[in-house]
Design a protein around this ligand. Structure first.
Ligand SMILES: O=C[C@H](O)COP(=O)(O)O
Length: 249
């Protein structure tokens, strides 16, 4: 079901004390909102976050997971491990995982399959590089990422998928896609899904925008008809900024 969502990807930020402090502040200041609010702290602080947010509407997500259940995968975390501590949502395919840690479409397809097998909710990230946009290949690149990562799934799997369009050139750079650029791509994404599946799935999927969303630009980006919320990086690390972004939706 299509929802409004504001999700904070904390990336490799916030130690245990800082995590607890930010969660306490967020819980205290969280406004009444029709949007789902999600935070994704680091793996080591996930259990703390789940416990801390036990009676809160704020949901907890992991930033990644492995595609196997158990085994000799040093440094990795499985879906079962996440579920076991109460984390049922996972971010997959973030551009930093793709570019810095070699996660390609084939690996992501395996991760998506595993998360679905475990009945997890997935926030699937994708988006073009600056060179793709400059060469007018951005639609083709996005279509390829969707096709390779998700279009082998059965129609019913889409109810567990949230999309996050994140143009790489806008991540952490301060350079945001204009609301029109975000809308244009989100509309294209829905049309592409409608072509591969049907218009019902395309209309119902939640599509977040990510890339330098701040209190100052959130309302305008979120006002676009095909933008259902945001995946927020830097601004999610400051309570007041994140709250302002939640208020903007
Ligand atoms: O996952 C979040 C995105 O990478 C956006 O990060 P940013 O808001 O710092 O640009």
């Amino acid at each position: 079901m299509r929802k409004k969502i504001v999700a904070g990807n904390w990336k490799m930020n916030k130690n245990l004390d800082e995590t607890e402090a930010l969660l306490a502040e967020l819980s205290a200041k969280l406004p009444d909102t029709h949007a789902d609010v999600i935070v994704a702290p680091t793996f080591v602080n996930l259990a703390t976050a789940v416990n801390h947010l036990n009676s809160s509407v704020i949901q907890v997500a992991a930033q990644n997971m492995h595609f196997e259940d158990t085994g000799a995968y040093t440094g990795e975390i499985s879906a079962d491990m996440l579920l076991n501590i109460g984390v049922g949502t996972v971010i997959l395919g973030h551009s930093e995982r793709r570019s810095l840690f070699g996660e390609d479409d084939a690996m992501l397809a395996r991760k998506v399959k595993k998360a679905l097998e475990k009945n997890m909710q997935i926030i699937f990230c994708f988006g073009e590089e600056l060179s793709d946009r400059k060469s007018s290949n951005h639609f083709k690149v996005v279509e390829g990422q969707l096709k390779n990562g998700l279009f082998n799934l059965p129609a019913e799997a889409w109810s567990s998928i949230i999309l996050a369009y994140e143009p790489v050139w806008a991540i952490g750079t301060g350079e945001t896609a204009s609301p029109e650029q975000a809308q244009e791509m989100h509309e294209f994404i829905r049309k592409t899904i409608a072509g591969a599946y049907d218009s019902n799935i395309a209309d119902e999927v939640t599509i977040l925008y990510g890339g330098s969303v701040k209190p100052a630009n959130a309302a305008e980006i979120f006002s676009k008809p095909d933008v259902d919320g945001g995946l927020i990086g830097g601004a999610a690390l400051k309570c007041d900024d994140f709250i302002a972004i939640i208020n903007a939706i």
